[in-house]
Design a protein around this ligand. Structure first.
Ligand SMILES: Cc1ncc(COP(=O)(O)O)c(C=O)c1O
Length: 378
């Protein structure tokens, strides 16, 4: 196991001063690289001013207000309220609560093979039974339908409070949506008065080639969940959405959804610096030129399939054991990759968006060599 002593750009360093190219970004977190100077500076500056105060609306905390404004501006589509929380799972909790209270309904629809986190509600909507074993009973009134199966959308009715969906099913092995599926999902939710929650925890902040994945899908969600790549490596998470829906959380009772540290000013200052960097350096515009190398370099016959978009890919192999061997071999050669929670026979590629084409080509070449080392020529 590596003992990490330093992170810099797309590299991690261990205690023996070995350097590793990070092709997974701490799972889609370090979108602007490790210890991006702008983020480090924002953290230092804010930590020197004030840290925790109170986050229930008693004080104006400038970095948090500015970050929330920037998120709304960047998201557009009527997203005008941001609730800061501490983990993706907690964002799921808040969004589900808002949808239930707003619609006065109790049924929740989620997708098979999804992953939404480890708390009780997040686990309830997660679409895999193995990960729930021993933790029941979980939330009642939760149904799971099939991703990319339009015929299942009829199960969304006027009894349904919300549908929670990942725009791209990340832990299922970067399962891409069929072209029209989300258009039909949005239509069905609108027809039935159901709140559509998009879990952009992994897809957010540029990972898929737009700031948020929904911006490429021709739909407007009611609530989005944001985490991972949001804070430039600092822990900051949010759910954001339409005011008429999210305002139910601050009425009767006014403190209906609170937490101690959500919107910590040091973390929101980091988040703002991270978002500014993504926008000012046009990191998203540069993704397509990088993305094309993935399929053009990874051509080994042992690869069964490559799925993904932007800088979020899964490379499917045959077994978990062989996938592990490739991960290990790549690590020995100085490149970090891993597998997926719900697809253990696939390699993950999700490098920092700041990776240069030359760095990516190097990382992919090492990965290709490692596949060759494990499989030979077949
Ligand atoms: C799509 C998705 N949603 C929610 C979560 C839960 O986030 P957290 O681990 O911060 O609770 C994850 C975590 O990997 C995720 O991938």
């Amino acid at each position: 196991m590596l003992e990490i002593t330093k992170g810099e750009g797309v590299y991690l360093f261990d205690n023996e001063e070995n350097k590793y190219l990070d092709l997974i970004s701490g799972i889609s977190v370090s979108n602007v690289g490790h210890c991006a100077p702008e983020v480090v500076e924002a953290v230092r500056t804010q930590a020197g001013k004030y840290m925790h105060t109170l986050v229930y609306g008693e004080y104006v905390l400038e970095p948090s207000v500015r970050f929330a404004e920037s998120i709304c501006q960047a998201a557009g589509s009527g997203i005008s309220v941001v609730y800061f929380v501490n983990s993706g799972a907690e964002a799921v909790e808040g969004a589900l609560k808002a949808a239930k209270k707003y619609t006065k309904r109790k049924e929740i629809i989620a997708f098979k093979d999804s992953y939404h986190g480890s708390t009780h509600a997040a686990l309830s909507v997660t679409g895999n039974d193995w990960i729930k074993e021993g933790y029941g009973p979980l939330l009642p009134f939760v149904k799971h339908i099939r991703f990319n199966h339009p015929e299942d959308l009829a199960q969304i009715t006027t009894e349904t409070a919300c549908v929670i969906a990942e725009p791209i099913q990340a832990e299922a092995g970067v399962r891409m949506p069929d072209k029209d599926f989300f258009l039909l999902l949005r239509k069905r939710c609108t027809e039935t008065g159901t709140v559509l929650i998009l879990d952009e925890v992994q897809t957010g902040f540029g990972r898929t080639g737009s700031l948020f994945a929904f911006q490429q899908m021709g739909i407007v969600p009611d609530i989005i969940l944001l985490a991972k790549g949001m804070g430039g490596g600092m822990p900051i998470v949010a759910f954001a959405g339409k005011k008429e829906i999210l305002s139910v959380l601050s009425k009767n009772p006014i403190l209906g959804n609170i937490n101690t540290f959500g919107g910590h000013p040091v973390c929101t200052a980091a988040g703002l610096a991270c978002l500014n960097k993504i926008q000012q350096e046009n990191l998203i515009e540069k993704i397509p030129a990088k993305s094309r190398w993935i399929k053009s370099i990874l051509t080994h016959p042992a690869i069964l399939q490559i799925s993904g978009t932007g800088l979020m890919y899964a490379v499917e192999l045959d077994t978990f054991e062989n996938t592990l061997s490739v991960v290990q071999r790549s690590l020995e050669k100085g490149v970090i990759t891993d597998w997926f929670l719900n697809k253990t026979n696939a390699l993950r590629i999700a490098p920092p968006l700041t990776i240069t084409e030359a760095e990516l080509i190097h990382g992919l070449t090492v990965l290709h060599e490692s596949i060759h080392d494990v499989y030979g020529n077949r």
